[in-house]
Design a protein around this ligand. Structure first.
Ligand SMILES: Nc1nc2c(ncn2[C@@H]2O[C@H](COP(=O)(O)OP(=O)(O)O)[C@@H](O)[C@H]2O)c(=O)[nH]1
Ligand SMILES: [Mg+2]
Length: 230
């Protein structure tokens, strides 16, 4: 099967320990797929690894000179340049199982506008306060979207697929409503869509980060709670 209809966007910050393996897995599983690694000026070899990989469909966006840094703004930057029908957003650290991208793409091909990777079981050994924070974040986000008449299971997932035309339309109309430095680009997107959009789900087990360290911080959590009221 050919995956030339899809672009995978991978936001990165110092992921030299993971990005090479991620590219190899995606290359093997998804012939013809396009990848944009949207990098915030990694100080390690992340960018070189992508450039030297040797697949012309795998590109790196170097945003080291950009003043505003953050996961959401880098996903938006990349999405603006996409030429394929579908976009899938995933982390570089393989906490989002790459083999599940196939199910996301299939659902997009079958007419879903947005397909969300739902964490059915969190394998990561999170401390209790991170678990509580995650649960609270999901419930508050769900309530926020219910005000619009939309029910969504995992509103803060970082793993999702979307039709490129829908994502680009939302960006062009409401980029200012996104929290550029935040982590929750899906939530910002969902706030801008209407009830008619078809939302699908793919369940997965949220595993452990393969290598390297998480970059999430208290600041990201604060930004998310702020975005509930935007
Ligand atoms: N471009 C960019 N990518 C980021 C930033 N912070 C994290 N990332 C990437 O976003 C993904 C998720 O980050 P991670 O630290 O694993 O978050 P966690 O899974 O919630 O602990 C990884 O691919 C990171 O490299 C950032 O400020 N800019
Ligand atoms: Mg991670």
């Amino acid at each position: 099967m050919d995956f030339g209809d899809t672009t995978v966007i991978i936001p990165t910050l110092n992921e030299e320990k993971n990005i090479g393996e991620m590219l190899r897995i995606l290359d093997k599983l998804y012939p013809g797929i396009n990848i944009i690694v949207s990098d915030d000026g990694s100080k390690d070899k992340t960018q070189d690894i992508v450039r030297n990989y040797g697949n012309p469909n795998f590109i790196v966006l170097d945003r080291s000179k950009q003043k505003v840094k953050g996961l959401t703004i880098r996903v938006i930057d990349a999405a603006k340049t996409v030429k394929t029908e579908f976009i899938v957003v995933t982390d570089a650290d393989m906490q989002h199982p790459p083999e599940k991208i196939k199910e996301i793409i299939e659902k997009l091909r079958n007419g879903y506008n947005i397909v969300i990777g739902c964490r059915e079981k969190i394998l990561a050994k999170w401390p209790w306060h991170r678990k509580l924070m995650s649960k609270t974040a999901i419930i508050l986000g769900q309530l926020r979207l219910l005000l619009k008449g939309i029910y969504v299971k995992d509103v803060v997932s970082g793993f999702f697929g979307v039709r490129s035309d829908l994502f680009k339309e939302v960006i062009s109309k409401a980029e200012h409503k996104f929290e550029p430095r935040g982590y929750k680009v899906l939530f910002d997107l969902l706030k801008q869509i209407n009830r008619s959009k078809k939302i699908g789900y793919v369940n997965y087990q949220f595993g452990l980060r393969k290598r390297g360290e998480s970059k999430i911080s208290r600041r990201h959590v604060v930004l998310y709670f702020k975005s509930l009221f935007k």
